[in-house]
Write a protein that binds this ligand. Sequence first.
Ligand code: AMP
Ligand code: ZN
Length: 135
Amino acid sequence: MKERECIFCKIAAGEIPSATLHEDDEFRVILDLGPASKGHALILPKEHFRNLYDIDGETAARAMKLAKKMITKMTDVLGCDGYNIVQNNETCAGQTVFHFHIHLIPRYEGDQVGLGWQSGELTEEVKNEILKKMK
Ligand code: AMP
Ligand code: ZN
């Protein structure tokens, strides 16, 4: 299914030009227009899914398989030192484009890319509450 007004549907379909690093029947991998670091790329399925809640498990698994293939090649090409794989779901988590995508963010020793968080504390109360609810 394709959402008529979705920009990533149009990019994935090739209707809007993009800097494409890889394309197959199911996915297009493009350079992000607002990169966190040199080589920041996005994996886009050609089919429209809002995010990880919406995508089927098999497609999600193939997307992650492609992420592994892409970062292996791109580490060579870019000469980066590591990678962050980021995937945002819903506004509170930083999602701004509501078409499932995986960020591939190359990391370079000493870069200033900020993806961190402040570590809190796992209290007994919270731990027990969650473990109980998960049963
Ligand atoms: P997110 O915040 O996880 O939804 O990520 C959306 C990403 O898409 C951001 O990193 C944007 O820089 C990127 N982006 C938005 N529009 C375009 C576009 N037309 N081409 C390439 N990247 C885009
Ligand atoms: Zn879409």
